[in-house]
Every structure is written in C-alpha cells, then in structure tokens.
Design a protein around this ligand. Sequence first.
Ligand SMILES: [Zn+2]
Ligand SMILES: [Zn+2]
Ligand SMILES: [Zn+2]
Length: 259
Amino acid sequence: MSVGIPCPRCRNPLEPHARMCPACGGPALVERAEGEDTPACATHRERVASAACARCGVFGCATCLVVVGDEVWCRKCRPPAPGLAWEDPTRALFVRFVATAWAFLTRPMASAREVKNGSVGWAWVFAALCLAPQVAAWAMVGELAKTPEQLLTIAASTGLLMLGWLLVLPLGEFLALRAMGLEVSFTTQLRATAYSSAGFVVPWCGCVGLALWGPLVRLATLRSAFDLTWGQALIAVSALPLTCVCAVVATRADLPFWA
Ligand SMILES: [Zn+2]
Ligand SMILES: [Zn+2]
Ligand SMILES: [Zn+2]
C-alpha cells in the first residue's frame, strides 16, 4: 500500500507536493469553515487537518506533515534529513544549493561522506550551477575580445574547461586509484567531482579561489569519499595533470619523456 499524506476529504494518500487529489479532485489544502466539526491543522487553524502525526499526535495539514518510512509525521518530529541538502527534495531548490555549497566549502570532509550513493545527473546540475560564475567571468573577458573569432575561442575553451572538469579529471583520478589497487566506483568519482565544484563558487572574486580553494576542496572530498590517505588522494588528484605537464614539456623539449 502506498504511503502518503491523506487527502483531507477522501483519505486517498497523496503524492508528495501534490496540490490536487486525483481521487476526489479536491485540493490538498482545504479551508475550514467556522465551527466545522473537523480537526484543524495545529499551525494553520484555518485549514482542515489531513492527519495526526504518528509520533506526537499533533494535527497537521499537507504543508505541515511529512512521510517518514511508512508513517506520516509532523515536521517537528521528522529526523534530520540524512545525506546532502542538495538531494533533499523536501527543501526549496535555492536553500538546497546554498546549504550544499556552504557545506562543501567549509566542511568538505564531513560532506563528502554523503557522496557515495546517489544520482550522477543531479550532482552535475549542482556542478553546472557552481561553474556558472566561471562562465560569467569568461564572458566578461569575452567583451574584451575584439573579433568574433576571439569570442568563439573563449566560448570553446570555457566549454572544454567544464567538460574536462566534469569528465576527464574524474576519469584520470579513477584510473590512478585503480592503478594503486583501490576499489573505487566511477559513479562515486563523478559525484565527488561534481560536488567538489563548490570550490568554484568562491572565485567570483578572481583566480585565487580557482587555483587554491577548488583543488583543496577536491582533495578533501576525494579523501573522504573513498577513505584514502592524504598521500593517495594527492596522487589521484595530481596524476593526470602532472602527466599532461610532463607530456607537454617532453614534446616541447623534443624528447620522449618516458625514454
Ligand atoms: Zn481526495
Ligand atoms: Zn509530531
Ligand atoms: Zn498546517
């Protein structure tokens, strides 16, 4: 049997955030007439209560109740949401974004423990929002570009930067961790990268954040997500960039650097 906050009129369990009841066609929030013989929501006295909290017994409307497991509880009794704020659908999107970015910027280690399980796509939406300031910064640089060709180059490098960050870097780290004989999941790797993009929120004020804070958040996230030592995390984070630098240096010097 499906569990949901019951419709105040017909008791049909409603989907979370439903405004209308599909069974009786009535609204999920019902105005309560003066002197009506139905229990009122304890917080919204003008509304008909949908149910009583299974824990403390207080009456609540659909706004005031939440489904916990297979019971309906009031919001005061609801246990703190486990996992990342970004993945808590009961909160407003803006609140979820700010709370998660702040959590990763200030407590990357503790936050990264929640990275292990969840969807990649939603994590990438978070990353895209974090990277937006960078794109904005690049666009401002774009104004300095004299020709459409220069503008195109800037746009293309921005896209490459984002794609490289979200896909190439985690792949490099994944391979490095595997090479060290560690059991890691690429899904977690992608999620860790996406959430460590919180480091990008800082550089509204310039390159310092990008150059310093971003990689630090990233290092801490990776270490915590996979229970690594600092050394292992450092090797994983730097393996691919170092290889690229060496490759470029080797090409420039006209010497095969692995010889
Ligand atoms: Zn109904
Ligand atoms: Zn309660
Ligand atoms: Zn209420």
